[in-house]
Write a protein that binds this ligand. Structure first.
Ligand SMILES: NC(=O)c1ccc[n+]([C@@H]2O[C@H](COP(=O)([O-])OP(=O)(O)OC[C@H]3O[C@@H](n4cnc5c(N)ncnc54)[C@H](O)[C@@H]3O)[C@@H](O)[C@H]2O)c1
Length: 335
């Protein structure tokens, strides 16, 4: 099986590539516009199973040349499309950057899928498409109300994929809630990092002040509630999607991927203080800061659909996530 992975140098894409190579006798072709530490590690370990093309997916002509080159060497069975810009606040400051990148990348891919007869796509969507929830937990039929340019770029990408399904492309859209954690030596390396758990763990280790954005949300302790899913589980949801899509058991469906359990930001901080108590740098402290633009009070998944239709069951909880990030960060320090 040959799998084309866009954004495979990034956090989730590299972790998925690792698992796919380990689980299947597959060849992964990564398309990404940057070379990252995660990509270097993948290539070091799995050179034989990997081909990397450095390309900006918004450049249709260059992308087409690459598809031509790939089609001379491999028959692509499926695309997993992770590539996107992902920082909500940046998307609000610069919506053009996000619309141009995220929408055009998806459109170019879809057009070339038709041209090169690649039948299947799994798309990385996001719970942000729901906006401020009308009810909790959020199921897939919850109305979509994307509040940021990032979220809107995800919704439009979903719409494009649905439109192209009329031309014969089969898809599965996965709406991730809050992925976190690491797999082996691969972890979150966003620049800048805006995600709670890597920022918190780094602050605990380095003895920095950690800022909690907003303690006046309508939640039990005033801080935001999120559904954190371990990257191990998230990646498994892709493997399961691959199997169902390729065998035709499930096509043209959208699924939430979360664990149906919410933790407030303050609870995550308290859980970390409890489990790492003897190891925390004594200079660590946390403070409350004002809300960040675009943060909604609660994002909590109803993931019954993916459980029922594809038998997906998450195996890890918040503690596992925190330990894996702690170990990942400590390993970086020891190198
Ligand atoms: N991390 C999360 O919390 C989260 C939550 C919901 C959805 N998602 C979605 O999951 C996907 C992966 O997220 P991530 O956290 O791994 O992000 P990431 O930034 O670590 O990885 C994204 C990768 O895409 C590449 N990329 C972006 N635009 C490109 C382009 N035009 N051409 C080629 N490569 C391009 C980047 O270079 C990067 O390596 C994204 O689509 C994101 O929207 C992530």
């Amino acid at each position: 099986m040959n799998i084309l992975i866009t954004g495979g140098a990034g956090y989730i894409g590299s972790c998925a590539t690792l698992k796919i190579i380990k689980n299947y006798k597959s060849h992964c072709i990564i398309l990404d516009k940057q070379e990252t530490i995660n990509l270097t590690k993948l290539i070091q370990s799995y050179n034989k199973n990997l081909t990397f093309y450095k390309v900006d997916l918004t450049n249709y002509h260059q992308l087409k040349e690459i598809f031509q080159d790939i089609s001379n060497k491999f028959k692509i069975d499926v695309i997993i499309h992770f590539a996107a810009y992902t920082i909500v606040s940046e998307s609000e400051a610069n919506p053009y950057k996000y619309f141009h990148n995220n929408i055009n990348s998806t459109l170019n891919l879809l057009e070339l899928m038709i041209h090169y007869e690649i039948p299947h796509i799994i798309f990385s969507s996001s719970a942000s498409v729901y906006g401020k929830a009308n009810y909790i937990p959020i199921n897939e039929s919850h109305p979509l109300n994307p509040l940021s340019a990032y979220a809107l770029s995800k919704k439009i990408s979903e719409d494009l994929i649905i439109k192209y399904s009329q031309k014969g492309i089969n898809y599965i859209n996965l709406r991730y809630f809050n992925p976190a954690g690491s797999i082996d030596n691969l972890g979150e390396e966003h620049n800048p990092e805006t995600h709670l758990i890597p920022l918190l763990v780094k602050s605990l280790i380095e003895g920095k002040t950690f800022r909690i954005f907003g303690n006046d949300f309508p939640t039990k302790d005033g801080t935001c509630i999120r559904d954190f899913i371990h990257i191990q589980d998230l990646v498994v949801s892709h493997l399961i999607s691959l199997e169902h899509l390729l065998t035709g058991k499930v096509i043209n469906e959208t699924f939430n991927v979360g664990i149906n359990k919410g933790y407030s930001v303050l609870e995550v901080v308290q859980k970390s203080l409890e489990i790492f108590k003897n190891k925390i740098n004594p200079h660590f402290k946390y403070i409350f800061d004002k809300r960040r633009e675009g943060d909604v009070p609660i994002l909590l998944a109803d993931s019954q659909k993916i459980q029922e239709m594809m038998n997906f069951k998450p195996n890890y909880d918040l503690e596992d996530i925190l330990y894996s990030v702690w170990n990942y960060e400590m390993e970086k320090i020891s190198l």
